[in-house]
Ligand binder design. Structure first.
Ligand code: SF4
Length: 384
């Protein structure tokens, strides 16, 4: 199988989106963020491309302005803000990255790495590395980020993209595998002008293979469930995605008023029940205070009696309990598997062992269907 790093990322974020793009070959309109990111990347490449007279900051800004596409923005204020954010990014970047102070050996460099699965089939992963520098004692791989959000150092240390790039680099420079401590991998956050760096061990790089093979297995097994995630707001397939298309219900055939009424009534009833629950909790507090003050355990109202009951919970010492129940042949009856603990424990196992356990010991269970009420974006913002 041939897979690009970005399509792997798409599958991990949302398998259905991967299917729309890579299997059904549906075209997704490029978001304004993607158009912006592409232009910034091309400007930074322009800034570093070898030439007799290195481009100045003004040349780079000119390159950016010439490539600017205002048509992707609906709102002129947003367009102006994005343009000046781009100018700021380039200025800030140029201040810290004078082409004459850097030794860049590769820019927007394409790669392909091969990974073999347990049956000996070879899979190819391809991608593009933004920049590779020669440093005083080794190399540095840099990936530019134009988004707002900065991850923690721990996230950078675990970043899969950087591990894939490190692997691709080592495929090109195999001797460097003996000097991994001299290989730096960095994410450069252009909006903040901050570079977060990390390194990789041989074990980290082995994990890349496991993760790719797991993903390839999922894809080949045809698992393409939708996965709602923070990037859904920018997904070009919302109108055909089962998790979102009802939002555009004017386009849905056969939507009828009676069913729409059921949706509204369900949401309203759920909200009323939640409010009632809150009210009951507050009333209970007041009633307990009243019982304490009056030293009573029962209260008499016109429609019934309220009685306070106390239940104490106990735990059993597992070893002592076992000593009593095992000789009676009852120990097996009280052992129940804690599914949450099983999941947590399996997640700590090496991928191969986990797969063996899952394929041998996992039994398909009963499917339960629930209807959950989620907050809309407007409600979430209101509650902040
Ligand atoms: S809208 Fe969200 S859940 Fe639907 S396909 Fe796109 S990313 Fe997946």
């Amino acid at each position: 199988m041939r897979l690009s790093y970005s399509s792997l990322g798409t599958y991990q974020t949302c398998p259905l989106k991967y299917k729309f793009k890579e299997i059904d070959h549906l075209k997704e309109p490029k978001s304004k963020e993607a158009v912006f990111g592409t232009l910034i990347h091309s400007t930074l490449k322009f800034l570093h491309e070898p030439s007799l007279i290195p481009p100045t900051l003004e040349d780079a800004l000119q390159h950016f302005s010439t490539g600017w596409n205002d048509a992707v923005y609906d709102d002129p204020n947003e367009e102006r803000a994005a343009f000046s954010a781009g100018i700021d990014m380039i200025r800030r970047y140029r201040e810290k990255n004078d082409p004459k102070d850097t030794t860049i050996i590769a820019l927007e460099s394409p790669f392909q790495i091969e990974i073999a699965d347990a049956s000996g089939r070879t899979h190819v992963i391809k991608g593009i590395i933004d920049r590779i520098d020669k440093t005083s004692d080794g190399y540095e791989i840099i990936d530019y980020k134009t988004g707002r959000k900065m991850p923690s150092q721990a996230d950078v240390d675990a970043n899969l993209q950087l591990s894939v790039y490190a692997k691709a680099f080592l495929a090109r420079y195999p001797k460097e595998a003996q000097r991994l401590e001299h290989l730096t991998v960095s994410l450069y956050f252009l909006k903040h002008g901050v570079k977060l760096s990390s390194s990789r061990t041989a074990k980290d790089l082995q994990r890349v293979d496991d993760l790719f093979l797991e993903t390839i297995e999922e894809i080949e097994a045809g698992h393409f469930e939708p996965r709602v995630n923070p990037l859904c707001d920018w997904c070009g397939f919302q109108k055909m995605c089962p998790m979102w298309k009802h939002k555009f219900r004017d386009r849905l055939p056969g939507t009828n008023e009676e069913k729409e009424r059921a949706v509204r009534e369900y949401l309203d009833s759920k909200r009323t029940i939640e409010l009632e629950k809150l009210r009951l909790m507050k009333l209970q507090e007041t009633i307990f205070e009243y019982m304490d003050a009056e030293d009573v355990e029962r209260l008499f109202g016109p429609s019934g009696i309220l009685e306070r009951t106390r239940t104490k919970k106990y735990d059993y010492d597992p070893e002592k309990l076992r000593n009593f129940l095992e000789p009676l042949g009852k120990w097996g009856d009280v052992l129940a598997i804690n599914q949450t603990l099983v999941k947590k424990t399996l997640a700590t196992l090496p991928s191969h062992t986990r797969k063996v356990v899952e394929s041998e010991a996992k039994i398909p269970g009963k499917e339960t269907v629930t209807l959950r009420v989620k907050k809309t974006l407007a409600e979430k913002e209101e509650s902040l």
